[in-house]
Design a protein around this ligand. Sequence first.
Ligand SMILES: [Cu+2]
Length: 220
Amino acid sequence: MHTCNSNFFLSLLFMTLLTAVPVRAGVVSGTVSVQKAKILTSGPKSQKDVIVFLEPQTAGMYPPPAGHVEMDQKGLVFMPHVMAVQKGTPVDFLNSDNDRHNVFFLFENTGATLDIGTWGPGETVTHTFEETGPLVALCQLHLEMAAHILVFDHPFYQVAELNAQTQSTGFKITDVPAGRYLVNVWHKKLKKKGKPEEIVVEKGKDVQVDIIITKSKYAK
Ligand SMILES: [Cu+2]
């Protein structure tokens, strides 16, 4: 009798949990494929990273998630080489080399630069971006070092890696509130073919978008 009762209460609890979590959001998923170009997918000059992102067409406030993200400098290379981060999220810039490193930013939309300092092995400097847009992170001491950072004011983005053989990748952006969005993509060398896709996300639904990236001259 006792076991029977607790089973009953467990299933009651389960039912309550199921109904207490309404599905308010949808999913945007699909593919990114390279066309009329061939990208390097290995080595320090790798172009394997793409960032798929949405541009909300209705105003919304999306507080950054708790916690920090990290970018390391190791073997004279920024890791990761491509990063997407939400405005207001602290980024820890580590130094895992035996050399001193510097970090300065070049903001691509404005041409502005910001030097956050030079520091030694094992030290970390934290910076929080308060402006959106693409920027390049560079090191004054090692001119060959560079990383690309995109700062968004929402969490609807994903960094994905193009496959060497297929020259394509899949992506899936979840927990997207119902509404209108443009779907866009960033790549170091290639551009999205055609204008950003306009989509409508509905609760509980998956919107499928297949994106082509190509050389600028084919992108129009
Ligand atoms: Cu350096």
